[in-house]
Design a protein around this ligand. Structure first.
Ligand code: ARG
Length: 849
């Protein structure tokens, strides 16, 4: 019903634009008499980066209300007509009913009594037929008022430009509105109309700026009928809620409306000036809509025509570069601020704008009375690089959650006098909430809070960001969804090149295109788990910019997500055990470590066996490799971790331990195949040393399995050979029952059988469908196909190694145990020959199904 009622209204109000882009198609002659005085304002005299307007300065500015609140701006062009933007009135391609809107005229502050202001109902809203979305232009609308506005000093119409009117590149004009004062930061009470001076940008300049990859790596085509105004460096702009409002330029003592606030990318961002609807382009369309209404809008002749073509720098525009985050060299941070509070150690923070320093709130909270920080700000000083004197502090603003949430342990200090930005001091860049620091980003740790005295000059902690999956899953909960790129991460994990000093607090600076961002603060107090995870700063971007009104939030500068950047499937974290994460493999690329549980076991200086890290103090190896037959003495054994990578990590990531004891299970008869090596001290989890998972019931269902070994025992480059594990029955039959119980037989994938050398006794691993790696066996001496199973030794392993990561058994084991002992006669004959086995296996499977 409602739809049918709406239809005629829509048809009535949408009209075509006759000759919209042809100059003066319907223009009257220049000598046309003007019957309405326009564009005059009281001779007194947000918008982003703007300030409060004086009452009466912009008497044509109106506020358009819908549902009881301000939605858009508009301008009075005639007693009964208001000009605004089409997108203000459209939802899902449909025009909202005019009756739902009202126009406030003569308002200054929208809070409290609206003295001198009056309201008009809207009789009709007209939008060009070819309007579809803001990026495609024609974003204008005419509102026919139900009754004429009463004109007075606070309510007057603006002049409209004729199609032939030329606004010159570089002209200073003004935009006005009650819109947001920054992205997602509404105008505060008492909602005083804001004004901002913007410079007109010629089409070529604007196109040049918008062709620079910007936020979200997007660029934009500037179309005819659009006009840009603002600055390459941003920071002054219109914003959400200003739409429909006017951009006016003074010419010959009158104000002409050059543009209608239409859209932009974010607000006040670098190289992203505001885009306005060029009013002059639509002269004919406007005239046609208002035809017959008296008095209509005024289109005065341009007082002084600029000569021929307004000169504008062609093509090559001046692109603005980030003003924040430039450091002469890592470690010489021009934003490093030391806050000196009498009676306590200096607190390290970062300069984020001309007058604000960000630092941990915990520096300033009294441990005893956490909610009443000392207020003797007079005695506080801030030391900034290259400043002759210490700065004084005007104000301290705590984050609301500062005293109970470590991730929000932040405070902002306002300096009494803003500093002039130069090479130093210079603010650090802050990320927007949607920033995605790419895995592999180059980062540094910088002092934060009550840090210890400076590190040696060479000991600047260099770090590389690890992938989100790994970081999140190492710390996150099992089954938890990993935040997608562009969603705020829960944590940022850097892999350091060197061990950090224990117990100091750090912030995480990450670099993009040579520009430094403050990416994270306060590493998690996560016990000994490495890498430490940092709380992301990007979540606090809106709070910081709200408080500081001008901190340098900078766009993401690197967008090369690499080949797998596209696949943004939702990932979840694999099962954790009660001892934390196991079997997680960091993505291959940035750090280069592929197999964090693969250990080199150097035995008595004469051979190297494979070992697998089961827990911080325990490695599992094959008995036959670490203990020579018949020998009764424990040899001298060293274990190395953090070496098993395609591109080995710097020295700092490699660890070595001595073996202090070798434990064997009690077996009757045969020498047990599996040995547990106790290390001299713990190896805490890190990207280069992380324990593997174990599975009590043998092979996890649906897993894919690999023999993980070395190409050569000398160079020890890790290689994995894909295998399938045969059912116990086929295995038993192939080997005619001569196998010790708990032996697994594998079948190599085509061409994979000779990839690993076997003297080092490599492990057999399977990756579960969730992504965890599980150790299922260790090679049996003298065989490529036989492995001693881990599952049957669960009791012994968990008794010896308290922290072994046994995954919960997921119901039925992969292979049914027991079963018939009858062997297909062909299989018995074929023992040993892989090709024949393959064939027979297929045959058996076919018969079984
Ligand atoms: N579309 C916005 C509105 O509805 C106006 C955005 C202007 N943005 C800008 N960056 N200039 O209010």
């Amino acid at each position: 019903m409602a739809r049918h009622l709406l239809l005629p209204v829509v048809m009535l109000v949408i009209s075509p634009i006759p000759g919209a882009f042809q100059d003066s198609a319907l223009s009257p002659t220049q000598e046309e008499p003007e019957d309405l005085d326009c564009g005059r304002s009281e001779p007194s005299a947000r918008i982003v980066g703007g300030s409060d307007a004086q009452p009466g300065t912009w008497p044509w500015q109106v506020s358009l209300h819908h549902g009881g609140g301000h939605i858009c701006g508009g301008s009075l062009i005639a007693p009964s007509w208001v000009l605004s933007a089409a997108h203000c009135f459209m939802t899902n391609g449909t025009l909202e009913p005019a009756a739902e809107w009202s126009v406030l005229l003569g308002v200054h502050s929208q809070d409290g009594p609206l003295d001198g202001a009056h309201t008009r109902a809207v009789a009709a809203i007209v939008v060009p037929v070819n309007y579809s979305q803001v990026e495609l232009g024609a974003d204008l609308a005419l509102l026919h008022l139900a009754s004429p506005a009463s004109l007075g000093p606070a309510v007057r119409p603006v002049c409209l430009p004729r199609a032939s009117h030329r606004f010159v590149h570089g002209t200073a004009c003004w935009a006005t509105g009650w819109g947001d004062v920054q992205e997602a930061d509404p105008l505060p009470l008492p909602w005083v109309l804001q004004e901002v001076e913007l410079r007109l940008l010629g089409k070529a300049t604007c196109q040049c700026l918008y062709s620079q990859p910007g936020p979200f790596n997007l660029t934009l085509q500037i179309l005819p009928g659009m006009l840009c105004a603002g600055y390459p460096e941003g920071r002054r702009d219109t914003c959400q809620g200003d739409s429909g409002g006017p951009l006016v330029c003074e010419e010959g003592g009158r104000w002409f409306q050059a543009g209608i606030t239409s859209f932009g990318f974010g607000c006040g961002r670098r190289n992203r000036p505001g885009v306005f609807t060029a009013v002059a382009t639509y002269e004919a369309w406007i005239r046609e809509q208002v035809m017959g209404s008296e008095p209509g809008p005024a289109f005065p002749t341009q007082p002084q025509k600029p000569q021929s073509d307004p000169q504008e720098p062609r093509e090559n525009c001046t692109i603005a570069l980030p003003e924040c985050g430039k450091a002469p060299r890592p470690g010489a941070w021009p934003w490093e601020a030391q806050v000196m509070v009498p009676g306590s150690r200096p607190c390290h923070g970062a300069l984020v704008s001309e007058s604000w320093v960000l630092a941990p709130a915990s520096c300033f909270l009294h441990p005893s009375s956490s909610d009443s920080p000392p207020r003797d700000l007079d005695a506080w000083r801030v030391l900034l690089p290259s400043r002759p004197r210490a700065e004084r502090v005007a104000r301290l603003v705590h984050h609301d959650n500062a005293s109970w949430d470590d991730a929000s342990d932040l405070a902002l200090l306002q300096l009494r006098t803003p500093v002039n930005l130069s090479a130093a001091p210079r603010p650090v860049c802050l990320p927007h909430p949607e920033h995605y620091f790419l895995p592999g980003s180059r980062c540094r740790l910088a002092r934060w809070g009550r840090g210890e005295p400076a590190l040696g000059p060479g000991a600047l902690l260099e770090a590389e960001l690890l992938g989100g999956w790994w970081c999140h899953c190492l710390y996150g909960r099992q089954g938890a969804a990993v935040p997608l790129p562009g969603d705020p991460p829960h944590a940022l994990c850097p892999a350091y090149q060197e061990e950090e000093e224990n117990d100091s607090h750090w912030s995480l600076l990450c670099q993009e295109e040579g520009t430094w961002f403050l990416a994270g603060i306060r590493d998690f107090p996560s016990g000994c788990l490495r890498p430490r995870a940092f709380f992301p700063v990007q979540t606090h971007g809106p709070w910081i910019s709200h408080v500081t009104q001008g901190a340098y939030l900078e766009d993401q500068l690197t967008w090369d997500w690499g080949p797998d950047g596209e696949e943004t499937e939702t990932q979840t974290c694999p099962t954790h055990t009660q001892h934390g994460a196991c079997g997680l493999r960091p993505e291959a690329a940035p750090v280069g470590v592929l197999w964090p549980w693969l250990a080199e076991v150097h035995v008595a200086g004469d051979r190297v066996c494979t070992g697998i890290l089961l827990a911080p103090g325990w490695v599992l190896a094959a008995t036959h490799c670490v203990l020579r037959p018949g020998s009764t003495t424990v040899p001298y054994i060293e274990v190395y971790l953090g070496r098993a990578g395609a591109s080995p990590l710097p020295q700092g990531h490699q660890v070595s331990r001595l073996v202090i004891s070798i434990r064997l299970p009690r077996h009757l008869g045969l020498r047990p195949p599996l040995a547990l090596l106790e290390l001299s001290s713990r190896v805490e989890p890190s990207p280069s040393a992380l324990p593997i998972c174990l599975h009590p019931a043998g092979i996890p269902p649906g897993a894919s399995c690999w023999v993980l070994g070395w190409k050569e025992p000398q160079d020890r480059v890790p290689v994995a050979a894909a295998v399938s594990i045969l059912t116990p029955r086929i295995c038993h039959c192939l080997y005619q029952g001569i196998l010790p119980p708990g032996t697994l037989c594998v079948l190599y994938a085509e061409g994979q059988e000779n990839r690993c050398e076997m003297t080092s006794a490599p492990p057999l691993l399977c990756q579960t469908t969730e992504g965890s790696w599980v150790l299922v066996g260790m090679a049996v001496q003298g065989s490529r196909e036989l492995f001693a199973a881990i599952g049957p030794e669960e009791a012994w392993i968990s008794q010896t190694v308290g922290e072994a990561h046994f995954l919960p058994s997921s119901g039925s084991p992969h292979w049914p145990t027991g079963g018939s002992n009858l062997c297909p006669p062909e299989l018995a004959k074929a023992s040993g020959s892989p090709r024949a086995v393959h064939f027979l296996l297929l045959l058996t499977l076919l018969i079984q199904s």
